[in-house]
Ligand binder design. Sequence first.
Ligand code: NI
Length: 174
Amino acid sequence: MIMKRPILIHPDPRLKKVCTPVADLSDDLRQLSDDMLETMYHAPGIGLAAPQVGVLDRLIVLDCVKEDGAKPRPLVMFNPEIVAASDDQSVYEEGCLSIPDQYAEVTRPAEVEVSWLDRDGNSQKEVFRDLWATCVQHEIDHLDGKLFIDYLKPLRRQLITRKMQKLKRERTRT
Ligand code: NI
């Protein structure tokens, strides 16, 4: 049965860890990827990384199809790796399900080639552009303990972190 999982909110030590490569695709890991897609769509969000649900394995899910009525394209990536990145940069206003309601512009390579293992354990490789490129880089960062606010100036980052600490205090009180 597919279940939503609780999403960790920054700051949390598990969001700062380097995650472990997946050696064997088990049924548990496939179940986790299904649960993560469900959690992501429900949030709603366009990407989610395993550490955000407290699992320190190299697994991300994403679907950046946003147009109404367009066919969804859920991607499950085990051990995703950026094998090439363009010199061209693009700027997107990013957000994160672990940092609710906070957005900031981040500059990243406009195009990246990514390799990964899919849900069936097959090797895949694809070039991503635009929002897909930003999203896949943001999610892979999560696997290395890096958040989008780590690209911001320290003062801005501290401000956002304090807001999240306050949010977490309010949530535990209720
Ligand atoms: Ni995120």
